[in-house]
Design a protein around this ligand. Structure first.
Ligand SMILES: NC(=O)C1=CN([C@@H]2O[C@H](COP(=O)(O)OP(=O)(O)OC[C@H]3O[C@@H](n4cnc5c(N)ncnc54)[C@H](O)[C@@H]3O)[C@@H](O)[C@H]2O)[C@@H](O)CC1
Ligand SMILES: Nc1ncnc2c1ncn2[C@@H]1O[C@H](COP(=O)(O)OP(=O)(O)O)[C@@H](O)[C@H]1O
Length: 283
């Protein structure tokens, strides 16, 4: 088994951040697709994280009944209304204008807050068909439907499974994180961030030097995918976006645990640490 290379601040600096002095268009647009009526918050959390790592533009595609409240709650973001079933799950039909938004985005995150396989499969298929050169990150319920789609993912796709999702993808009851990250990267030809490990399909493996149990909190994975998606949109290669995003998330957890207490910090509070940590990591 490959020994993971530790993602110390010095190792992260081997990948310099892209120039961040330009306009908001230079720093990239993120489209987050997810948000069933019962779980619109997942998309908001991913969106906060994407903007906090410096993405220039943000659009949230969520179930139509919650699109107006998401737009009101998040004035920095645009909203697209996904057609939904009576129970509030997106049907999988594209929102009006979604093809234009996918083409215009620099990174698309699909999955946070979806809660039903058919809609998730249809939305993921649309993203994969329309994302011509756009970076794609697949998370949460969109991961659960990936094996059934039988597609080859575009090079550079990023997957962010939690351990339950990794086990499901590998058809096991439980998994060893290091083995699972590497196996998923090889199977899907994708960069994988799972439980603080980052695996590249060519066999390279990295591990964050930090990470706190307090990170196991509702919405934590949504923040992780938003951070990685925001860095992808800003022009980072997928292994850098996954490594920097995972290290930012883990270190933010350490900082909050030290300041607030070991448990009980909120996923959204992680995002507030990101701008300062980016400066520290990049210095
Ligand atoms: N504030 C919010 O709105 C929050 C929303 N969240 C969202 O809630 C959703 C559910 O998260 P849980 O961790 O409870 O997920 P579950 O424990 O229900 O499922 C875990 C994973 O198993 C897979 N899966 C489960 N049933 C499946 C099926 N029938 N077909 C295919 N795949 C299936 C999916 O990949 C899923 O993400 C996610 O979309 C997540 O983003 C959570 O992250 C918590 C916060
Ligand atoms: N107990 C823990 N110790 C260290 N890191 C953790 C712990 N729990 C979660 N994390 C980190 O937070 C990330 C997201 O948490 P997780 O609970 O897997 O997300 P979600 O279920 O919301 O997708 C994990 O990939 C891991 O990096």
């Amino acid at each position: 088994m490959t020994t993971p290379a530790p993602l110390t601040p010095a190792a992260l600096r081997d990948w310099p951040l892209p120039d961040r002095s330009g306009s908001k268009d230079d720093r990239g647009g993120v489209l987050v697709i997810g948000g069933a009526r019962p779980t619109p918050g997942a998309v908001l959390l991913a969106g906060y994280a994407a903007l906090r790592v410096g993405a220039g533009r943000l659009t949230l595609a969520v179930a139509e009944s919650v699109a107006p409240s998401c737009a009101a709650q998040f004035p920095e973001a645009g909203a697209l209304a996904l057609p939904e079933r009576p129970d509030g799950s997106p049907t999988g039909a594209a929102a009006p204008g979604m093809d234009r938004e996918i083409a215009r985005a620099d990174a698309v995150i699909v999955g946070p807050g979806l809660d039903e396989p058919e809609g998730a499969a249809a939305l993921l298929s649309t993203v994969l068909a329309d994302a011509d050169g756009t970076a794609v990150l697949i998370d949460a319920f969109a991961l659960g439907v990936l094996p059934g789609l039988g597609v080859t993912l575009p090079a550079g796709t990023v997957l962010t499974p939690n351990l339950t999702e990794a086990a499901r993808l590998l058809e096991r009851d439980d998994v060893d994180p290091e083995l699972a990250a590497g196996q998923l990267a090889a199977r899907y030809g994708a960069v994988v961030s799972c439980a603080g490990l980052i695996a590249h399909p060519d066999g390279r493996l990295w591990a964050t030097a930090s990470g706190h149990p307090g990170l196991g909190t509702s919405g934590s994975g949504d923040v992780l995918s938003g951070a990685i998606g925001g860095l992808l949109a800003g022009g980072c290669p997928p292994e850098q976006a996954a490594s920097w995003g995972t290290a930012l998330h883990a270190t933010a957890g350490d900082r909050l645990a030290a300041r607030i207490g070991p448990l009980g910090f909120l996923a959204r509070e992680l995002t507030e640490e990101f701008p300062g940590l980016l400066v520290e990591f990049g210095a």
